[in-house]
Design a protein around this ligand. Sequence first.
Ligand code: FE
Ligand code: FE
Ligand code: MG
Length: 159
Amino acid sequence: MGTKGKAIVGVDVEKLLTLLNKAYADEWLAYYQYWVGAKVAVGRMRGIIAGELEEHADEELKHAKMLTERIITLGGTPLLKPEDLLKQTNCGYDAPSDPDTISLLKQNIKGEQCAIETYNKLLEFVKDKDPITYHMVLEILEDEVEHEEDLESLLQDMS
Ligand code: FE
Ligand code: FE
Ligand code: MG
């Protein structure tokens, strides 16, 4: 990254890189959980729910892309091995072993709630100290809040 671009980052860059990589792990796992969940989904409102899960998968992949670009700009390296995704994740991976649409919704709501908590903490960490990362994290957090809301209203429609 440019000298001045780095100089304006007012937090410990190594610590920030660790947090960004942990979020990056979450995004790949969320992507996969949504993507494969959409494929295996069965039960009520299958078509609509699979469509929503696919859309969210795309958005999680977009988040992974945003995070990796910031990691590289800050002089870091994104996690290179799939096993590191499982080691570094904050929110874990919940295999969609029960493909029923209601179970999938509940599982992914839990994941979004963890994502919201994670990004809210990250936002606090960079607040007033790294405006570029702050702006990016805020954008991601807005998507996660929307994801939770989308899934909760689908679940509500079904009850
Ligand atoms: Fe995400
Ligand atoms: Fe999400
Ligand atoms: Mg949505």
